[in-house]
Design a protein around this ligand. Sequence first.
Ligand code: HEC
Length: 509
Amino acid sequence: MSTEIDLDEHPAKTKRPYFLTFVGLLTIAGLISLPFVAGEPDGDKMPDIVRFLGHFHPFILHLPIGIFVLILCQEFVALFSRHKPYRSILPAFLGAASAVTAMLTGFLLYQGGGFEGSELVEDHLWGGLAFACAAVLTFIVKIWSAAPGSSQALYRILVLASVGVMTYASHDGASITHGKDYLTEYAPDSIRKLLGLEPKEKTEEIPVKPLEEQIVYADIVQPILNKRCVQCHKEGKSKGKFRMDSYEMLVKGGKEGDGIEPGNAEDSNIVYRTELDEDDEEHMPPEGKKDIEDHELAIIKWWISEGADPEKTVADLDLPDEIREAIGKLDRSISKGGDAGTGDKPKANTPSDELRAKVAELSKDFPGGLTFESQSTSNLTFTGVSLRKNLTDDLFAKLGSVIPKMVTVDLSASSVTDASVALLASATDLRMIRLSETGITDAAIDTLVKLQKLESVNFYGTKVTDEGVKKLSALPNLKRLYLWQTDVTPAAIEELQKALPEVEIVTGI
Ligand code: HEC
């Protein structure tokens, strides 16, 4: 190839960088074909090395961001000062190489499973891919324009474009790890309005049951296990073939047999493993993970000694002072007295196995969307936020059998219509619903007025009208109503406020 160099046309002594260009183009082709050749991610089949390398993604991704910001500053300075353009191709090379590495580790993380069906994650995947390709292209253009006197225009345009794509991809990425509104979460309403966001929604406080009424397993023990152990011992990631995310699994145990021996704490494998010397290879949690606290272990041992019953409440068991103290130390709020707020106390009806199974089954279609409100209720909360526009009426209809259990539902920014809201007629315990930025109309309100427990309704950015919202005055428990960016007129809002003096109507004004 290098024999083709035409010295007459190119008097500079530089060789034309055919080889690097070829490698660059090959890299781009490889990256683009990656999602197509790799197939669907399947966490269970992936060797651990995939996850191991994938876990480097959150570190590596900061490199290309830093390098590209630096390049951008360099070019900015060069553009506005009389400096000669920076000729070194090193920053562009490092930018491209780190972008490709970030992309590849991110892809392995994705292949390791657990993100299936999340539109946000898929968006981020394509964003990262586009950025890596743009970064390589930027490098290719840089090596062709490195010779003295070459125009830097195309290079600069590509740097700018890469930074643009990078910003988009990293925003999606941050939304995945920190939640969609991480940056704006604490923004004052005035700033949120400028950004076109809806006003802050106050979180509803769920009253906590008095200690005596708490179910020892569901309200106290399982949350400890969730915090310390479940991350490695759950469905899809059951180390030692041992799952600790449900009572049945806990008893069933793993490779080594039963996880717990009711009535016998010392012989229970979960206690045995946690009490082993920290240097012992079998000690749980493994080295590097935060150890379980003494008071947490004391509670678990107490519960097992008392028979490890899944249903019994604190009052049913013999509660020594030191255990009462240990429970008090747990990182959670327990109301001391019986007056736990004004709302209805959550019913202590632990979900049936049938309901658990159903929810687990449905979770395949709604990853992370359908969850129990707490360990000790069969109340469900649903959010379609990660599905966004992919959440259609047809998909929502799949939830039919569990809709009556729903207490909070978030359908914002999805594709659902009045038809989905009509299905919610059976959710007689529904307390909160968000329909913001959906295609629902006044017809939805006809369904909602039947749900007497509704406390918070969000219609931000919908087509509801004066006629419709008037009917909401039939809701006895309504506390908060969001009507920002709807067609509802100020006059109608005033009238509604008169009919519902207790209700906070949020209009964004
Ligand atoms: C960082 C991941 C991790 C965490 C956190 C963790 N484990 Fe493990 N656990 C493992 C691995 C890996 C194994 C398999 C290797 C072994 O048996 O030592 C295992 C095995 C076990 C076993 C043996 C299961 C069997 O039958 O073979 C028990 C019991 C256990 N863990 C209990 C616990 C308890 C209790 C906690 C919380 C206090 C916990 N683990 C937290 C990774 C973890």
